[in-house]
Design a protein around this ligand. Structure first.
Ligand SMILES: [Mn+2]
Length: 294
């Protein structure tokens, strides 16, 4: 029984390299010692050697797909080797797009049906048919759910990696046309507006019940742009009307009560957009609270 840490500096568009720098930035700012304050048994598995992208190549609706597949293969390989015997894996991005490789690996190590709670201002549920940017980071949840382009044969054999019925998406306020309908009809979608209407207590309890009733283990995925820009503005796509730290911690608390969280993702912090270091301090403070089980 242990907590493992892996850095995954993945990015899939040249202009989003800043997100990959979150790993070295938060490491040197002491995120590991912060996490150790919540669990002294933390094991640092190091970082995945993700491809560097200098220019955006390939189809206009699917940029840098080869590099994404290469990064995905490396994420999967590192985790399969490293996390055996791990109770909880903390995955620090990089972009959300590592989810394809990490879920493939987690499913080999943890048996039974996974559920995921996806906290994000955006859907990440585009496909090449609905995207207007070709950005894979905006398609990664859809890919994990079996939509979008064919992946490698190894990954195809495990697809869908996630059953959309056991996906709870929380905090959205910027969905693309087409993406919105696909999300609404596929997953349990709780927009940021809905969170405000229902209250976070109810949303957190419902979410935990939904995944606990039907799943054997849970991934808690936190794209930090789910937070309101007043608490976290160091992201490439800030969207007003987001959640507060109290809201996210309430969700994590309810999820921890199930005893089934096997992975926590922290993604999309861009240190280059954090000139005064406020975003970094915020994340260093919240990280140990995400892994604490009480
Ligand atoms: Mn995202």
């Amino acid at each position: 029984m242990k907590l493992s840490f892996v850095g995954i500096p993945i990015y899939t568009l040249a202009k989003y390299r800043g997100m990959s720098e979150a790993v070295t930035n938060l490491r040197s700012a002491g995120i590991l010692s912060r996490l150790r304050s919540a669990d002294p048994n933390l094991v640092d598995l190091g970082d995945v050697d993700c491809p560097r992208i200098e220019a955006d190549l390939g189809s206009k609706t699917l940029h840098n797909f080869d590099e994404f597949l290469e990064g995905t293969r490396k994420v999967r390989e590192k985790l399969v080797k490293g996390i055996d015997g791990t109770r909880l894996t903390f995955l620090l991005g990089g972009e959300c797009s590592f989810i394809v490789g990490s879920t493939a690996a987690l499913k080999i190590v943890h048996k039974g049906r996974p559920g995921i709670v996806w906290m994000d201002a955006h859907g990440d549920y585009n496909t090449p048919e609905t995207t207007d940017s070709g950005f894979i980071g905006g398609m990664c949840l859809a890919m994990a759910c079996g939509r979008g382009p064919r992946l490698t044969s190894e990954l195809e054999a495990a697809r869908p990696l996630l059953d959309p019925e056991y996906v709870v998406h929380i905090g959205s306020r910027s969905l693309d046309p087409g993406e919105d309908k696909a999300l609404e009809s596929n997953v349990k979608l709780i927009t940021a507006k809905q969170v405000k209407k229902d209250g976070i207590g109810k949303v957190a309890r419902q979410t935990a019940k939904h995944v606990n009733d039907s799943c054997d283990w849970i991934i808690a995925h936190l794209d930090v742009d789910v937070f309101d820009p007043s608490v976290m503005s160091s992201v490439d796509f800030p969207e007003p009307g987001g959640l507060r730290d109290y809201d996210i911690l309430t969700i994590f608390r309810e999820l921890h009560k199930t005893g089934k969280i096997n992975a926590i993702d922290l993604t999309a912090y861009n240190p280059n957009l954090d000139k005064d270091g406020r975003g970094r301090s915020f994340l260093l403070d919240i990280a140990p609270k995400l892994v604490a089980t009480e």
